[in-house]
Design a protein around this ligand. Structure first.
Ligand SMILES: [Zn+2]
Length: 181
């Protein structure tokens, strides 16, 4: 269910058999998300929302509700672009430097540019499409190097350095950007 709220915009309500109380969080799109016990009525959900406004305002990093739809649209466009680029760029570097991975996933988390799991799945954030190509390439090379080193040890960085001699600079500049929309 979605509550249309004057202050928070579209509030996503998840009815969950396992939840005992009400929990507020932020969705990847920056909307307010409420998880409530399964049999909570809509009326009650709205009441919970009203009685928690102060806490929500203070504690949750919600994005501007007036831009929710515009951000959805932007995200859709970025996902489309990302699908046509990132998996191929990853494949290109993997072939070039002799890495094998299992799957490439596209993510849109608000915090991480990429990740590499022990089952050799590499996730790349669609927000990489906003970055200068040298930076997105760096992220891809960083995740590929994790296939051989699942940590940030000296040997990991040595491997990154082999493929991107400017990695230190790229790592630093990357901190100025945020993957979320
Ligand atoms: Zn890393």
């Amino acid at each position: 269910m979605v509550i249309k709220d004057k202050e928070f915009g579209e509030v996503i309500v998840r009815k969950n058999a396992l939840s005992r109380g009400v929990k507020f969080s932020v969705s990847t799109s920056g909307r307010l998300m409420m998880s409530v016990p399964k049999y909570t009525s809509d009326f009650l959900a709205k009441r919970f929302l009203n009685s928690n406004r102060d806490v929500i305002r203070k504690k949750l990093p919600l994005k501007n509700p007036n831009e929710q739809r515009a951000r959805d649209y932007q995200k859709k466009i970025m996902m489309k672009k990302a699908k046509e680029y990132l998996p191929y760029r990853l494949e290109y570097f993997a072939k070039l430097y002799g890495y094998t991975y299992d799957k490439c996933r596209l993510s849109h988390a608000n915090t991480r540019w990429g990740s590499c799991s022990s089952n050799k799945t590499i996730s790349l954030n669609i927000g990489l499409m906003k970055l200068p190509p040298k930076l997105s390439d760096y992220v891809i090379l960083h995740e590929l190097a994790h296939l051989n080193h699942m940590d940030h040890s000296k040997s990991f960085w040595a491997e990154v350095h082999k493929h991107d001699p400017n990695y230190k600079y790229h790592e630093k500049v990357l901190k100025k950007y945020s993957p979320g929309l």
